[in-house]
Design a protein around this ligand. Structure first.
Ligand code: S3P
Ligand code: PEP
Length: 425
């Protein structure tokens, strides 16, 4: 096949947009439509949690088309979810199971706090280990009763009046996104002072989607003010997931092929589209239009640079895993918060690269990976979808790499292995 052949990757919907849209639609009075939502463990858990809290969600699309890989999932492109929201916070008693989804644990408690009654929250052992204290303390500061500082806990709600509060979002931006999305349901305006913030593009996404659902929000200096008045139902076309697309763009970069993702153009809501700029630094050719993004591998990967990936940390592993194929080391900085995700991602990447015989140095917020020839090894996925997907890209160019837990990709892309082998198999 010639290098000019364009491989069109079918990338399912953004997890972050899908779960925000589910919440905003649940908070709006009446029917909203979400087009091409992600269908995966994280979004199905979020949807089930909202259903358990009294939100109506039905499938009204054609359910997409299957991957033909036996995963049982479509890519969601033909899927439409109709959400019937109550226009208020939920009424307890209730139980919420967040599974492995950070977005569920961080977005649903503030929403619940605007309602009434007792709601018990819990999640998997992996999610229980992730920090929640700054968010729960902020909710307590605003008047909710919370039985602990992390999962599991019970929240006793009696509505929230609004006010002014400081929220340290230096461990996760999801705390701030969750609080902001609940704010239009409060009795008065809410102003949040944000002394530290990681993953800023996700907060921009939150504000853009809140406005799409009719909220009034202002930013001044380090503070954000949300006005009361609730939300209006809306129709939303969900973009393909930019973090998921990173694996397919990286695959193009290391195989000398061209991958295009339709629907992921300039002007989208996802910060992770900036991953292609890192591939460009490494020598790949990148073209972006309003409607699509395309990456072409141009020969051996170029290393010899340092890049801050703090804003796009879900994609640092995509890059780190392919650096062994580069001509010089690459240092990735600004990623301390990546240690607090599904796994300690800096340690997980470093451990797996060392198991492949690759030289790595790590610091609290950084990693340096050196070029080398990967030896055969089994990757310890740590039940982290992104470890599995990142090392699957390296495996396209290195023999003998297997995953101990390939199915953990279902958190965000159940059809991942089928799509990778459809394009590169
Ligand atoms: O708000 C979101 O949808 C997300 C924010 C990021 O988390 P942090 O803010 O914890 O870095 C990102 O890693 C996660 O996958 C999704
Ligand atoms: C960190 C992630 O997920 P979450 O925080 O939404 O569980 C991720 O998808 O990489």
């Amino acid at each position: 096949m010639s290098a000019a052949t364009v491989l069109e990757a079918h990338i399912p919907g953004s997890k972050s947009i899908t779960n925000r849209a589910l919440l905003l639609a649940a908070a709006a009075p009446g029917r909203s439509r979400l087009r091409a939502p992600l269908v995966s463990d994280d979004t199905l858990a979020f949807r089930a949690a909202l259903t358990d809290l009294g939100t109506g969600v039905r499938d009204v699309g054609d359910n997409g088309y299957g991957y033909g890989d036996g995963s049982g999932y479509g890519d969601g492109s033909g899927e439409v979810w109709e959400v019937t929201g109550r226009g208020t916070g939920p009424v307890g008693p209730g139980r919420v199971w967040c599974a492995d989804a950070g977005t569920a644990a961080r977005f649903l408690p503030p929403f619940a706090a605007t309602g009434r009654g007792e709601i018990a929250f819990d999640g998997s052992d992996q999610l229980r280990a992730r920090p929640l204290r700054p968010l729960l303390e902020a909710l307590t500061g605003l008047g909710a009763k919370v039985s602990g500082t992390g999962l599991p806990f019970t929240l006793t709600a009696n509505g929230l009046a609004g006010g002014r509060i400081e929220l340290d979002s230096g461990l996760s931006s999801q705390y701030l996104s969750g609080l902001l999305m609940a704010a239009p349901l409060m009795g008065g305006p809410l102003t949040v002072d944000v002394p530290r913030l990681v993953s800023r593009p996700y907060v921009d996404m939150t504000l853009a989607l809140m406005r799409h659902f009719g909220a009034r929000v202002e930013e001044r200096g380090g503070a954000i003010t949300v006005h009361p008045g609730g939300y209006a139902p809306a129709d939303l076309q969900i973009e393909p997931d930019a973090s998921t697309a990173s694996y397919f763009f990286a695959a193009a970069a290391v195989t000398g092929r061209t991958v295009r993702v339709q629907g992921l153009g300039t002007g989208g809501l996802q910060g992770d589209t900036a991953f292609v700029d890192v591939l460009r630094l490494a020598g790949a050719e990148v073209t972006r239009t309003d409607d699509w993004t395309e990456v072409t591998g141009t020969g051996p990967l170029r290393g010899g640079f340092t890049v801050d990936m703090g804003d796009i940390s879900d994609t640092f592993m995509t890059m780190a895993a392919i650096v062994p194929l580069a001509d010089a080391p690459v240092t990735i900085t600004g990623i301390a918060h990546a240690r607090l995700k599904e796994s300690d991602r800096i340690a997980a990447v470093a451990g797996n690269l060392r198991a492949l015989g690759i030289r790595v140095e790590e610091g609290p917020d950084r990693i340096t990976v050196h070029p080398g020839v990967p030896a055969p090894a089994t990757i310890d996925c740590h039940r982290d979808h992104r470890i599995a997907m990142s090392f699957s890209v390296l495996a396209l160019r290195a023999a003998g790499i297997t995953l101990d837990d390939p199915s953990c990709v279902a958190k965000t892309f159940p059809g991942f292995h089928g799509e990778l082998s459809r394009l590169f198999g």
